[in-house]
Design a protein around this ligand. Sequence first.
Ligand code: SAM
Length: 272
Amino acid sequence: MKSDPYAETDSLDDSLLQVIVTRLETRGRHPAFEAMLIDYLNAMLIDAANTVLDMGCGTGVAARAIARRRGFSGRVLGVDLSPTLAQAAARLAADEGLRDRLEFRVGDSRRLDFSDGVFDAVVAHTLLSHVDDPQAVVSEAARLVRPGGMIGIFDGDYASMTFGHADPVKGKVYDEAIISGVVTSPRVMRQMPRLLKTAGLQPVTSFSNILAEVGKADFWAPAIESFRRLVPKSGIMTEQEADVWAEGLRLDSVAGVFFGASNYYGYVARRP
Ligand SMILES: C[S@@+](CC[C@H](N)C(=O)[O-])C[C@H]1O[C@@H](n2cnc3c(N)ncnc32)[C@H](O)[C@@H]1O
């Protein structure tokens, strides 16, 4: 298999898909993560949209956040590579009473079966870092949004993701292993201005954020727990190595010496 489990969600076993469901929902509820989503949705003027496409929707974190906005009265269609995640998204939307505003389908965002320009807005929330051909996704988003419509693309700059370690040399080796174990395109947000231009999109604005925790892990604690489960499946680390890595960071947090950080970027663009 490829080294990024998020790129293979259509063929992962159920226990790993459950790890991903838990991870996406926990991350989606974190205030720092929620705030980054709200920032770029506001900049997209998302409330004015009647039809929104959420590419790589996972469990529907971004789709539900749009549907529950007071000013939004449209509909969101989420598509994901994984039937299990699309089903989980539908269940979570129904649990929240949002079923009439949301629909979820299985699809590959590199090539979707919709006509040109049928959506008022398109969102890709932490999808791009998991695809091997990000230009195909950006160009597909540009094709599917109507002229004048908005596109919001948000992701981690995972090449910058790093964790402290007592031995900095070992820490660097671990950082590189974790990044290649959970991400396909760790530098994609640095390429985004070019990808948008090639897709014929006009940049509107961008957001830069650093999600850093010093002393105690909060956002990063469940992320590390998910990496501990997912990375060994990629063959980059053994289960034992991943346990040692994750347990070391847990103890760092207990001792108040934890360090974990990654940059995140949001881009908003318009189809001319
Ligand atoms: C990190 S998750 C993000 C999920 C959701 N957008 C969120 O932020 O909670 C990446 C998602 O992209 C999906 N995915 C990966 N490659 C895809 C592709 N080519 N087309 C559609 N979905 C894809 C995965 O199944 C996974 O649900």
